[in-house]
Structure formats: C-alpha cells, structure tokens
Design a binder for this molecule. Structure first.
Ligand code: GDP
Ligand code: IMO
Ligand code: MG
Length: 420
C-alpha cells in the first residue's frame, strides 16, 4: 500500500477538510503531516458545519484512525477543546486519535512570541493567525523544542520552565507585555486530555499499516503558495505544505507516496498579507467574498478574493507532482456573466509564465475570458449535468495544467460532490 495525499494548491482554505471527509471511506487512516491550529478545516453534513484545527478530517467516519504526525505542531488547549466538542456531539473518538511522540508542542509563550514578532514588524507583518506556529517551528529547528512524548518524562515541568524562561527573555527584548497565567493553567490541564490518547511512534505505526494493506490518506494544511520554501516568502507559514512535507512529516519514504490530489478553488483567495497577483478590489471581488462566504475558519478574517491564477496553479502542480485535480466552489461562480483566468504575467514589462521570486515584484496578470453559466449547479449529481460553459472552463484548465480534474465540488456539503 502507498500513502495518498490531499494538498491545497493555492493560499489555503481550498476545501481540504470537505474533500478528506468525502474520501475517508476509502482509507483506514487519515494523517496530518504539518502545520497546526493555524489550519481551519470545515466539513458539512446532515445540515451542520464543523471546523477542525488539529484533529484530522477523517474523525467523522466511524472506522477511520486519525493520526497527528511528527511534522505537526500542537497546542494542547486547542486540541482539548476539539476533543470536548466531538465528545459533546457523541462522536466515538476513544482509540481513534493517535499522536506522534515527535510532534512539537506550542507553548503559551510561543503564542506571545508570535504576537510580539508581528507587532514589531508593523506594516510588514505576515498576517499570522497568531497561534504560535512560527515560534514553535523556530524552536524545533533551533533544537530547543518540547515534543508530545516529553510530557511523559518525569522532568517535563523543568524542561517546560527552562524554555519558558528563554521565551520570557525574548519577550522582554520585544518590550511586549502579556499575561499567560490563565492560558498556562488551561495548557497543563489540557495535557491530561492529550494523555488519554495513544502517544505513538507514528513512523513505525504507519509502516505497519502500509505493510498490512491499510490505506493511508495524508491531509495537508495551508497550501502550496504558503510553503516555507516555495511559497511567497516571507509571507508564508513555517512548514513544508507540499508533498515533500508528507515524507518528513510522517516518516514515509518518497517511494511510498501514491496518488497526489491537488485541490484548488475555481477562483482564488488569500488571508493575511503578501502577494496575490489576481486579487480583485472591485464588485466582482466583493461578490466572490459574499457568495463564497470567504471568512477565515480560524480567525474569522475576511479573505481577499480574485480570479483563478494558472501561473501559480501550474507551479503548485509541478512542486507537488499532482496527478489528480479537485476543483472546489464552482458554484460560487454561478452568477457571473464573464469569468477570468490568469494565464501569464507581465513582470517589469516582460511576459512570463513563471512565478516571480521577489514578493515585492509588480505583477500584472494576463487574462483569458470565459462565458459564465448563469445557473444553479448545486443540485447537479453527475458531470454530464453540468452546464457546457463550466465544462469548457474545466477543459481549459486541464489542457493548461496537463492534469485531469477528477472531482468537482458544487457546494459545502459532503453530498454536493461530483466524482468523474
Ligand atoms: P480548508 O482549510 O482547505 O479545509 O478550507 P476551509 O474550510 O477553511 O474553507 C473552505 C470553505 O468553503 C468552508 O466554509 C467550506 O464549508 C466551504 N466549501 C467547501 N467546498 C465548497 C463548495 O464546493 N462550494 C461552496 N459554496 N462552499 C464550499
Ligand atoms: P488551512 O489549513 C489560509 C496564513 C496566515 C498568514 C500566513 C502565516 O485552513 O488552509 P501562520 O499562522 O502560519 O504563521 O500564518 O499563513 N495561513 C493560512 N491561510 N488557510 C490556512 O490553513 C492558513 N494557515 C496559515 O493567514 O498569512
Ligand atoms: Mg481553512
């Protein structure tokens, strides 16, 4: 067996949660491999919407095991809140959530460092979700971090205290005032919730699942354009959001990666700062935001909206080795007479089909226009039922990107999904 992968190809919020939930019945195990509670993955079924931040999106399918991999950074307080919510809903989660010993812990002071760093950056701030992601990954690569497995050690409190003291010094240098007493109390209480779940050597367990023919689906967080290496640096997150991250974030060899599903919206959104070549500042942008309910699932912030960007999409497909595309939120375009897609950029007067290195570069998109379909597609149940104009739009994307669109999502609900 191999590990299949679901990844975002844009700036996050493509609909990964919904797709993972839809695909879970074909897999025994769902595994998050990077990111942390900066993610907000929404699922909808039976008329209700759920948002997950740390727990993989396979949790609502009774038989699936859900693994939080070593590449993830985890805030116990947010994890414990999610557990409480799921239990309140009557979900059987005992024995179905497993956490890597090697996943790193987000401490209360990491959250403060995130906020202090953003405040110090002023106008050049990243627009972080302020969940402590950057500072926690900095401690990981700086070889200072605390890992989930450490909570079982007798000297955990001392280790915590030593790292906290380091952070307090840094916060003094930032001249940042804060009070973490209440959050810290909750944090230690939440560690007891974490201890109720299996804390595992996930690389061995995953190897075992694969050897016993249990299918694994790796669930990405964020998107390719937020990748620490290949995204719009420095306006990115602090992990590898791309396929390579699955190998390091779960301990899976590249030869064991199987199908790679790349998810994109039929248009584009971005939340936080940074380049967004096809961003719209007009009525069309407002319509995309309103019809698409484009407000962050984690922070509630309004998402910036714009047309589909094939330069960025092709780049993301290349970096990830995507072999199946999944198009989300096609229904949000229902009311448009004309739909635009960027097929190249003009950068410094020169036309290019490459994504520019410089995040300050002045990029002007070159658009191709399409006729809209002007009808409601949310009731469609098969590809054949989709309007001709939408099929043309999809065929154009497939031709440009050279990867087939295998799934078209026409609404937020589990059921509003067309498999080709
Ligand atoms: P994720 O972070 O990639 O899991 O995506 P989010 O959950 O942050 O954002 C996607 C949003 O779009 C959520 O509110 C979903 O309920 C919603 N959504 C997903 N697929 C569709 C779709 O096909 N049509 C519409 N209208 N909404 C969708
Ligand atoms: P999902 O998994 C959209 C963005 C933030 C900010 C930048 C850095 O739901 O798609 P961070 O908190 O990581 O330091 O923020 O990345 N960002 C996301 N945008 N969806 C996400 O996750 C995101 N996670 C982080 O807005 O611009
Ligand atoms: Mg999201």
């Amino acid at each position: 067996m191999k590990v299949d992968v679901v990844l975002g190809l844009q700036w996050g919020d493509e609909g990964k949660g919904k797709v993972v939930d839809v695909l879970t019945p074909s897999y025994g195990v769902i595994a998050r491999f990077q990111g942390g509670p900066n993610a907000g993955h929404s699922l909808k079924f039976n008329g209700k919407k759920y948002v997950l931040h740390t727990i993989p999106s396979g949790i609502f399918r009774a038989s699936a095991i859900n693994i939080i991999g070593n590449g993830v950074v985890m805030d116990p307080v947010i994890f414990a809140d999610e557990v409480k919510e799921l239990e309140k809903m009557g979900e059987e989660i005992e024995g179905r959530i497993k956490i890597s010993k090697k996943a790193h812990l987000i401490m209360p002071t990491h959250r403060m460092l995130d906020a202090a760093s953003e405040q110090a950056k002023g106008k050049t701030k990243i627009g972080s979700t302020l969940k402590g992601i950057g500072p926690t990954y900095m401690d990981k690569t700086g070889r200072n971090g605390l890992r989930v497995g450490d909570i079982l050690l007798p000297d955990f409190k001392e280790r915590y205290g030593a790292l906290k003291a380091k952070h307090e010094e840094m916060l003094k240098n930032y001249n940042y005032s804060y009070d973490i007493a209440e959050y810290e109390k909750q944090w230690f209480e939440a560690l007891e919730v974490v201890k109720r779940f299996d804390i595992i050597d996930s690389e061995y367990e995953i190897d075992n699942y694969l050897n016993h023919n249990k299918g694994i689906l790796a669930e990405g967080a964020q998107g390719a354009m937020l990748d620490i290496d290949f995204g719009t640096y420095p306006y990115v997150t602090s992990s590898n959001t791309t396929t390579a991250g699955v190998c390091t974030g779960l301990g899976v060899a590249p030869s064991r990666i199987g199908r790679i599903y790349g998810i994109f919206k039929a248009y584009c959104t971005r939340v936080g700062s940074g380049p967004f070549p096809t961003e719209l500042f007009d009525k069309d942008g407002d319509t995309l935001c309103e019809v698409g309910c484009e407000f962050g699932a984690t922070t509630g912030r309004r998402r910036r909206c714009g047309w589909l960007d094939l330069v960025a999409l092709k780049y993301a497909v290349m970096i990830n080795g995507v072999n199946s595309l999944i198009m989300m939120k096609a229904d949000v375009l229902n009311g448009f007479d004309t739909i635009k897609v960027a097929t190249s950029y003009i950068v410094d007067g020169v036309e290019t089909d490459r994504y520019p290195f410089d995040s300050q570069a002045k990029v002007e998109p070159v658009y191709t226009e399409f006729e809209g379909w002007n009808c409601d597609i949310s009731k469609a149940t098969s590809y054949d039922e989709l309007p001709r104009e939408l099929k043309n739009y999809i065929a154009f994307i497939e031709k440009e990107v050279q990867v087939p669109v295998k799934i078209v999502s026409v609404g937020p609900d589990r059921s509003e999904t067309i498999l080709r």
